[in-house]
Write a protein that binds this ligand. Structure first.
Ligand code: UDP
Length: 473
């Protein structure tokens, strides 16, 4: 058995997609009676990397059981190779107030603690061969339940290593008076956590700061008590940050990103993907299209939405824009501004949800206006698409800081969203010298990123280490 696992360890990440089918059949032949339980936090940006990790581990011969909440439930029929257990969490509201995410995460933990305890206890009495649980960093109560029931747990951090360092530094930053963040100091460097400036830290108003402090404290405690931290990042972009985390947290760290190399998003998408945009992209000139998406949670107010629409239209650049339900605050399904559809006919397309990985990989796409959610940031780098960065909340400002000022592969779109500024920024990225320089830096970054996933690359070696670590538990 060990020899077969070592053999699989030699397969570089880049070859994995094509071999998935073949190897998942092989995994049955390996006769490895080792099962891994996984539990994602129920949001798209957390579900995707967890299911990608599931795919990777399944490929390495493990059996997979996914726990999932009824809220934002995962569709088991899209993953016939895995077992699924639904947790009756009682979360009723679909409304996600972005600045109130700490309370929301605490609520999920409170809602799921007992049902998860009951489910896991029953599962363990019915099943043998459970090796460990991998749960999201923010599932601090889930990690505690696993411990109570004697199951070893590992943490999956779906964000960057830098953002995890921000969590570990939060008590110091708070004690030093950074919070509440002061407008007058917004451009100053956070000396304890460069390259972040004050405005790149996660904003948190006074009434939420205690909830947030509690969440961060419990998350870090869960991480330190875990058997290892898996991070969706890689050395080509966060070598120093990964190194510092190794020093700060005395648990094994596995930087195995980018995880999206392991599965198709079709399987983990909560919204139906509009694949007609791929046919539309086929008709566009190479590198000509700006892809615009602000992820699964961020929203614009109506005025910003109208400015964005006309900014894109007036740029005269072809674009593909994701306007998902809830993209505009206070309305589930917004209509496009009067005259917009006629104006952009033939050179612009709006969809409710895109097959983002395939879009970013398409030859026609030459730019990505993004909110800098971590998954989108990694996906953009992996496909080598230069970015316009417009972060909204949580770790997005910090991610945008790295894109624009550390890797220098994107333009920051700051201040009030105004059509003339949007138009100008789009042109700078897609047509002008600034854009060409960014494109060249992105080409180099992309090459370095792909090195990490080769057979002797850091991510590939970290995956081997992770598999061996799990086998040793
Ligand atoms: N995504 C997608 N189609 C879309 C927009 C986004 O499949 O039209 C995916 C995207 O590829 C990414 C995830 O949704 O994997 C969003 O995660 P991210 O961390 O970028 O942002 P969040 O939604 O958590 O803010």
């Amino acid at each position: 058995m060990t020899n077969l696992i070592s053999l699989i360890n030699l397969i570089p990440l880049a070859n994995i997609e094509v071999r998935t089918q073949q190897l998942s059949t092989m995994s049955g032949d390996l006769g490895i009676n080792r099962r891994i339980l996984l539990f994602p936090l129920p949001y798209q940006g957390h579900i995707n990397p967890m299911l990608e990790l599931a795919s990777l581990l399944h490929l390495r011969g493990f059996s997979i059981t996914i726990f999932h909440t009824q809220f934002n439930s995962i569709d088991p029929t899209k993953h016939p190779s895995y077992d699924f257990i639904s947790i009756i969490d009682g979360t009723t509201s679909n409304h996600f107030e972005v600045n109130n995410f700490p309370s929301r995460f605490v609520e999920h933990n409170n809602n799921c603690e007992q049902p998860f305890y009951d489910s896991l206890r029953k599962y363990l009495s019915d099943n043998k061969g459970v090796t460990c649980l991998v749960a999201d960093l923010h599932w601090y109560k889930i990690h505690a339940v696993a411990k109570r029931l004697g199951v070893v747990s590992l943490v999956l951090r779906t964000g960057s290593a830098a953002s995890l360092r921000w969590f570990t530094s939060f008590p110091v930053l708070r004690a030093k008076g950074y919070y509440p963040l002061r407008e007058s100091e917004k451009d100053e460097l956070v000396t304890e956590l460069p390259p972040y400036r004050v405005k790149d830290l996660i904003p948190m108003d006074k009434c939420r700061i205690d909830d947030f402090a509690m969440l961060v404290e419990r998350d870090i405690e869960a991480a330190k008590n875990s058997s290892g931290i898996i991070i969706n990042t890689f050395t080509a972009i966060e070598s120093d940050e990964i190194q510092k985390l190794h020093q700060e947290l005395s648990v094994p760290i596995f930087s195995i990103g980018p995880l999206h190399k392991f599965t198709s998003q079709f399987q983990s998408s909560l919204l139906p993907q509009d694949r007609s945009c791929l046919d539309w992209l086929d008709k566009q000139a190479p590198g000509s299209v700006l892809y615009v998406s602000f992820g699964s949670l961020a929203s614009l107010n109506y005025e910003e939405f109208v400015e964005t629409a006309w900014g894109l239209a007036n740029s005269r650049q072809p674009f593909l824009w994701v306007v998902r339900p809830g993209s505009v605050c206070g309305t589930e399904n917004v209509s496009m501004p009067d005259g917009f559809d006629e104006e952009i006919r033939g050179r612009g397309m709006v969809v409710a949800w895109a097959p983002q990985l395939e879009v970013l990989a398409h030859d026609a796409v030459g730019g990505f206006w993004t909110h800098n959610g971590w998954n989108s940031t990694l996906e953009g780098i992996w496909e080598g698409v230069p970015m316009i960065c417009r972060p909204f909340f949580a770790d997005q400002m910090g991610n945008a800081r790295y894109v624009t000022h550390v890797w220098k592969v994107g333009i920051e779109l700051e201040g009030k969203l105004e059509r003339r500024i949007i138009e100008k920024t789009v042109r700078s990225l897609m047509k002008e010298k600034e854009g060409s320089e960014i494109r060249e830096r992105m080409r180099v970054l992309r090459k370095n990123a792909s090195e990490c996933t080769k057979a002797d690359g850091s991510s590939h070696l970290a995956i081997n280490k992770l598999v061996n670590h799990i086998l040793s538990l």
